[in-house]
Design a protein. Structure first.
Length: 445
């Protein structure tokens, strides 16, 4: 009996320490403050029966308890990603309890991202807004914010944020900034074989016309101007020249993935963003540009430790997938895109691209500084096709239509501006103008 009481007292002390940690964090603690006690102390003292699973940030401070039920989480999008990873690792992990889940999250950046989302999209809006922040060259996910838990996954057509994949493929093939084509405001492939997928099957559709959102008439458009103005018909011509398969392969190497895990759809409008993309993969693909072509698997969990002491580590996996000079050249174009928009001025060198889905069904913004990449997606969770972002009220404000530089762009700028504040300044590697400047074989007459 005496031994049992001693055991109970130790277990209760451990539980109290764990509660104090949680209270400290809910009061605003995080990576900027000295932890009250390390989680290892609580783990050593608490009984396996009384302990609950907890999420830790990159510094070892408690983010919140983790039960697997993300409806009550303070960060439902983050919670969902952790749950999905545990299910993929071992479904039994969710039922064991007492897990110590070490993540890559930076609570300062997590709060910045969440504040930015909350400032523009209400928790009860039918639209779903998500933001992801990733460190280039590491793959470490530093923030995952949303206005609420995604019901069936946060995948929306990424729209024109897909154009840089075709741009990278073109620059790798030898095209230069001022190479281009004479285009009009309508494009239609000449034949079915104009576009072939990676299985060498003809997937062009001569009966289908592509139009520009902004009319400009017949004119010569370059890689630089076509990207800055997100000219649909230009990007159809560019994808035709470099090849649909090579464009898709480039996107895959950079890290683009579908939200449902199925293969990318290889159709002629791939460069216009038909992929229902995972926001993590879009942010990570842009992080690959920022890291000068170095791709790292996106990583949220660094280690899961069970009550028994069994550890499940998740090491980083990185590989060079793109010529650094090509990545720098893409960054040079996207730097101009951001600098010519209303979103310029985040406090660091930055590059970015807005994304509008067909018919304003979805809206995105993706961009990066040398040290941090981020993507924001927005769409109606009831069905983007049925409920386009036209004549809608979001966050208490009425919009005639939502494009990439409005709600998603404003979220991106607010969060990134706060994220880089107080951090060391770094710079992009300038593009090689000798290799990519001017035009080579697709010059204006």
């Amino acid at each position: 009996m005496k031994a049992f009481l001693v055991f109970l007292g130790v277990a209760t002390l451990g539980a109290v320490i764990a509660v104090l940690l949680l209270l400290r964090n809910s009061a605003g603690g995080g990576v900027d403050e000295e932890p009250v006690a390390s989680i290892s102390t609580a783990a050593a003292s608490a009984s396996p029966v009384t302990r609950k699973s907890v999420l830790l940030d990159a510094e070892g401070a408690v983010i919140e308890e983790f039960s697997g039920d993300c409806a009550g989480s303070g960060y439902p999008y983050l919670c969902r990603r952790v749950r999905e990873q545990l299910l993929a690792e071992d479904p039994q992990l969710l039922t064991r309890g007492g897990l110590t889940i070490q993540t890559t999250i930076d609570q300062r950046l997590q709060r910045a991202a969440q504040r930015a989302v909350d400032a523009h999209v209400h928790r009860d809006d039918p639209q779903l807004a998500t933001q992801v922040m990733i460190v280039p060259g590491e793959g470490a996910i530093k923030a995952m914010a949303a206005n609420r838990e995604p019901a069936d996954g946060p995948g929306f057509h990424q729209g024109t944020t897909a154009m840089p994949y075709a741009l990278a493929a073109a620059l790798a093939a030898g095209l230069r900034y001022d190479d281009g084509f004479v285009v009009s405001d309508e494009y239609r492939p000449r034949s079915y074989s104009t576009f072939k997928n990676c299985a060498d099957r003809a997937v062009g559709d001569p009966a289908h016309s592509i139009h520009n959102r902004e009319k400009g008439g017949t004119r010569f458009v370059t890689l630089r101007s076509g990207t800055q103005d997100a000219v649909n018909t230009f990007y159809m011509r560019l994808e035709e020249k470099v090849g649909l398969c090579e464009t898709v392969k480039t996107a895959l190497r950079l890290g683009l993935r579908r939200a449902d895990g199925s293969p990318l759809q290889e159709f002629e409008t791939f460069a216009l963003g038909i992929t229902e993309a995972d926001p993590v993969s879009v942010a990570n693909s842009y992080a690959t540009f920022a890291a000068r072509g170095r791709f790292c698997e996106p990583r949220l969990i660094t280690e899961i430790r069970e009550v028994s002491g069994a550890a499940h580590p998740y090491p980083a996996h990185c590989v060079q997938v793109l010529d650094p000079a090509v990545a720098d050249a893409v960054t040079g174009v996207l730097t101009d895109v951001l600098a010519k928009s209303a979103l310029k001025g985040v406090g660091r060198e930055a590059a970015g691209m807005p994304g509008e889905g067909d018919g304003f069904r979805t809206a995105w913004y993706a961009g990066y500084t040398p040290g941090l990449a981020s993507a924001v997606s927005l769409g109606d969770s009831r069905g983007a096709n049925r409920y386009p972002l036209i004549d809608v009220t979001i966050g208490g404000r009425r919009y005639s239509r939502v494009d990439g530089t409005s709600v998603p762009g404003l979220i991106w700028k607010k969060a990134m501006t706060e994220a880089v504040r107080g951090t060391p300044e770094t710079a992009f590697t300038p593009p090689d103008t000798g290799r990519f400047g001017g035009c080579r074989d697709a010059c204006p007459n």
